[in-house]
Design a protein around this ligand. Sequence first.
Ligand SMILES: O=C(O)[C@@H](CO)OP(=O)(O)O
Ligand SMILES: [Mg+2]
Length: 441
Amino acid sequence: MATIKDIKAREILDSRGNPTVEVDLTVDNGQVFRAAVPSGASTGIYEACELRDGDNHRYLGKGVLKAVNNVNTIIKPHLIGKNVTEQEQLDKLMVEQLDGTKNEWGWCKSKLGANAILAVSMAVARAAAAHKNLPLYKYLSHLNGQDNLTQFNLPLPFFNVINGGKHAGNKLAFQEFMFTPCGASNFAEGLRMGAEVYHNLKKVIEKKYGQTATNVGDEGGFAPDTSNPDEALELLVEAIKKAGHEGKIKISMDVAASEFYDAKTKLYDLDFKNSNSDGKHKLTSEQLVEYFANLVSKYPIFSIEDPFDQDDWAAYAQLTARIGNQVKIVGDDLLVTNPLRAEKAIQEKACNYLLLKVNQIGTVTEAIQTYQIVSKANFGTMVSHRSGETEDTFIADLVVGIGAATIKTGAPCRSERLAKYNQLIRIEEELGQNSTYGKNH
Ligand SMILES: O=C(O)[C@@H](CO)OP(=O)(O)O
Ligand SMILES: [Mg+2]
């Protein structure tokens, strides 16, 4: 048995220079296991609570000293002496007994903070994996109810190379334009192709808009000064051709439409970042359905994430009925990795793919639970980073461990993104013949 001897939380900075929570968990033999939580910018309103301090002084972003203090003074005394292999019980103890806050969508973690709870939850999983002498992905596969697997799949990576929405200072409404090297023969080759397209995209953008247009957004993607999604897609198609990977790549978008929906008028403003807007780019849900159907007929599109606002269930169902057999309709703000919202989406046939972000729900146990719920309904799952990231690589092991088919963790540049992609390279190398790539997406 490996028991918890000490837990220490601290405030560190994420990739945007905002405070976030990191935890060091020490077990009885003296080994220390570390975990850090990421933070979103286009956060869904139904996500578990990310506890932030009231102050705005020390940094541009608000601090997380309350969450840190909750780990050090409330969670720690209750976890000391507990067995690290009891993930589910420990997560339950933190969520239900120590926190205990609930809303219509279940445990909302607003007392201790999902950021406080998750950092501990992830560190517990790392400690248990080490105790069982397993790489983290194999231990997470055990938590997913699959013991002694010998064969693992490496996911298709989705590189976010053109940034818009809340993640960039251009006028592009859609937040992310991604591509995936589905024609690669393994993950390492896929990552190389990713970098090749990325570098070619830089040249294409430079030629079209000039040197200053190659500035990057929060996730390392370029942020050219266009407001037109079609134009962004054309740039990507050209870069793929230029890199010589035509036919081997598919494209995905995260529209992050909650960011530009007006609940009063029920309109989506595709020009929401343009202060000189003539107001001509406001679309109804029905018009947006047509818009997406048209894009799907023109480009090799794999998935569309958050095509509508997080409460526009009817529009989701309409789009899924219309093009859901050709493309994945991915729920991020819609599902927020929440078991109850996942069940509602299944019932209403609102989408067919889960975006899984561990910090949206706040424990490893609940994240896996949501994955299992959607998997039973034949949804696929894309594991995801946040726009504010750290060097923690937990999600790379998670995607392989639970067997999710796809992952998005930004552009193939910037270390907080590459930390995850590079960890996947290592896992693939370790598995050797026992790995496949890009299966079951
Ligand atoms: O919307 C998203 O999918 C994410 C990650 O790319 O962004 P954020 O972390 O800002 O919510
Ligand atoms: Mg999203």
